[in-house]
Design a protein around this ligand. Structure first.
Ligand code: PHE
Length: 456
């Protein structure tokens, strides 16, 4: 057995360290910023239901597959895919899957960092008491003032990229564990406090109804694609982030158990964010489909009214920045790990180079909210297009390729060995989902959006 490679980048100190890091990757802007706004844009309940189904039937099985590939390969996703393909007697061109992931990571991080920059700006604005007693209109004006100012956006984007690359340069293991161990419980407590606030807005029931009562008339195939794309995005799947974290996972850790923890924590945070936002939206007569600015136009209203709002608000945005930080690190780690492996550059150099490229692409997103807001491709701004292509096309395609590789091309024994599941219903269910259900679901959604194939 040649398979017990070691990663040259080191290993997590424990199973828990991996779970914390992977949860740090999964829980981020996707849960708190993106989930509420796309739920608002796509009509609520039915969209949420599809999203939850995608997490359970596609997300968790593919997460297990992606982690097992990483742990088996023990290298950057590019080299992992190449060596596992060779081990399975397949073409080494499977490395292209790793390349697609690296590209996806760059593109996602380029706009992710701009949005994380908004959160940084909000830390300062909330601490300054800017929102204290502010009306909904005033809160909206403050948001518009920020995003229409390219200089300010660029400043915060640059700061966030610098923060990310500093951690990546030092190696992702050090520091991340402590950060997440403290961050997750605090974020959770804060969300509980905010749910408490929302319960008293007078529109809590309306908010829950919007989130959890499905109305299928409001669901288009494009919405189904967005829900599915978001299941990949929020779980960090399909681009090698979870694969590269899996490559630092000790041999004795249970991949199945870890996947359930990560997906469970991630889903809980997203649903709580929804339960906080929508009652605020409805009690202030705001528009659920307001778009990417939704949380920045709603939460400050709550912080402006509640007792200790400046304190809780500042803490909230600090935690949001941390959550984004632990995700952004994993977006760039596949690229950095590859540069270190194949070009024997130092982590520092690899981080500077890849960070700079990402930062540069991010300038496009900065401008798409102001100077280029009228410049559209297929009716989408630069930011919208980048987000649509990466989350809804690249990640599901990456996930599809992972499912096909693990369930159809790799030796069955290899997968079973890595998962270390006893033969039984659990293993059979996973195998059935990854072999048939996940790939078929991704294909059906794609085909319907393309309109080749209509299911009524
Ligand atoms: N999962 C992260 C979030 O929800 C985003 C992310 C996507 C991170 C893909 C890594 C890879 O914010």
């Amino acid at each position: 057995m040649t398979q017990h490679r070691k990663s040259i980048h080191g290993e997590w100190s424990s199973r828990l360290a991996f779970i914390l890091a992977a949860t740090g990757s999964a829980v981020g802007l996707g849960n708190i910023w993106k989930f509420p706004y796309i739920t608002g844009e796509n009509g609520g309940g039915a969209f949420v239901l599809v999203y939850l189904l995608c997490i359970a039937l596609i997300g968790i099985p593919i997460m297990m597959a992606e982690i097992l590939l990483g742990r088996r390969g023990r290298q950057s996703p590019i080299n992992t895919m190449e060596s596992l393909a060779e081990e399975a007697g397949r073409t080494p061109h499977w490395r292209l899957l790793g390349w697609a992931g690296v590209l996806g990571g760059f593109l996602i991080l380029s706009y992710y960092s701009v949005i994380a920059g908004w959160a940084l700006a909000y830390v300062v604005q909330t601490a300054d008491g800017l929102f204290t007693g502010a009306s909904a209109e005033r809160v909206k004006t403050i948001f518009d003032d920020l995003v229409t100012n390219p200089g300010r956006l660029l400043f915060w984007h640059t700061l966030f990229m610098t923060m990310t690359m500093t951690v990546v340069a030092r190696g992702v293991q050090s520091g991340l564990e402590q950060a997440v161990r403290f961050l997750m419980p605090t974020l959770f407590v804060l969300l509980v406090i905010l749910v408490g606030y929302s319960m008293n807005t007078g529109a809590f029931a309306q908010g829950l109804d919007f989130l959890f009562t499905p109305d299928f008339h409001r669901l288009s195939w494009n919405s189904v694609l967005i829900a599915m794309g978001h299941a990949f995005f929020t779980l960090s799947l399909g681009m090698g982030a979870i694969m590269v974290y899996g490559s630092y996972l000790p041999k004795d850790a249970s991949i199945t158990q870890a996947s359930f923890y990560i997906a469970g924590a991630d889903t809980l945070v997203a649903l709580m964010a929804g339960m906080v936002i929508f009652p605020i939206v409805f009690s202030n007569n705001l528009e659920p489909g307001a778009g990417p600015g939704l949380i920045f136009q709603t939460l400050p209203i709550a912080f402006g009214q509640m007792w200790g709002g400046a304190f809780f608000g500042t803490l909230f945005f600090v935690l949001l920045v941390f959550a984004a930080w632990t995700s952004s690190i994993s977006l760039i780690e596949p690229a950095v790990a590859w540069l270190v492996e194949n070009h024997s550059v130092s982590r520092v150099k690899a981080s500077v180079v890849s960070g700079f490229v990402t930062w540069l692409v991010g300038v496009g997103t900065v401008l798409s909210f102001n100077k280029w807001s009228e410049v559209t491709f297929f009716g989408k701004t630069f930011f919208d297009l980048l987000d649509y292509i990466t989350a809804n096309i690249m990640l599901p395609l990456g996930g599809l390729a992972i499912a096909i590789f693990v369930a159809w091309l790799m030796k069955k024994r290899t997968a079973r060995e890595e998962l270390a599941l006893p033969k039984g219903p659990g293993y059979s269910l996973w195998y059935f989902l990854i072999r048939y259900v996940s790939p078929a679901a991704v294909l059906i959604v794609f085909l319907n959006v393309i309109g080749v194939f209509k299911l009524g």
